[in-house]
Design a protein around this ligand. Sequence first.
Ligand SMILES: CC(C)(COP(=O)(O)OP(=O)(O)OC[C@H]1O[C@@H](n2cnc3c(N)ncnc32)[C@H](O)[C@@H]1OP(=O)(O)O)[C@@H](O)C(=O)NCCC(=O)NCCS
Length: 188
Amino acid sequence: MKIRVSNKKEQRQTEIENIHKAAFRKTVSAEKAQEIVNLVHDLFDDETAMPIHSLVAIENEKLIGHVLFTKVTITDCPVEVEAQILAPLAVLPDCQSTGIGGRLIKEGLHLLKEAGTDLVFVLGHIDYYPRSGFINDAKSLGFEAPYYIPEEFAGAWMVMELSSGIIGKAKGKVECSDVLNQPQHWRE
Ligand SMILES: CC(C)(COP(=O)(O)OP(=O)(O)OC[C@H]1O[C@@H](n2cnc3c(N)ncnc32)[C@H](O)[C@@H]1OP(=O)(O)O)[C@@H](O)C(=O)NCCC(=O)NCCS
């Protein structure tokens, strides 16, 4: 299995969208899965999401996993930071639980660090992302999510620092790109 960067929309976009459709269809309604497919489609055209970092997992020339990172800003942050958010991530159902999701995250974070990213956020499975180093409850570390997250889901809003010591210095409200900042992407 190989991981490749695929930042241009024309690069196998339909295959990428089909990965999300198949993966999310297993866990959420058809309507919600289509919303995520549309999100992926639209983020590639969203100027406010740039720079994006899109990575695909490939096995025998077939795309089997995809992760997308897009730019976020932190309002009223006392220090200058470059920050990104991981959304969404998907692996084809038949290929799950073999480490592909973890590899996509790891290689994505490596790329982000090389590009000068200081902080990475994710809203997601509370037990899954800490395996890759994300810290639960980013709000308690000073980072407010774009929309209110109920207390019982506070752990799902996570952060990771790629610049040592930036957590503690940076704080503020995270604002995503125009496309990702829509409220439907922040509801269960
Ligand atoms: C979540 C997802 C990307 C993980 O991909 P993957 O390639 O299967 O992940 P990995 O192989 O790196 O890790 C698998 C491990 O994570 C665990 N895991 C998977 N989904 C999890 C979840 N929602 N919560 C907690 N752990 C989870 C698996 O049980 C497995 O555990 P094990 O190693 O002890 O067997 C994949 O299951 C998927 O595409 N799901 C549907 C779409 C989705 O929910 N995306 C994430 C949105 S936040």
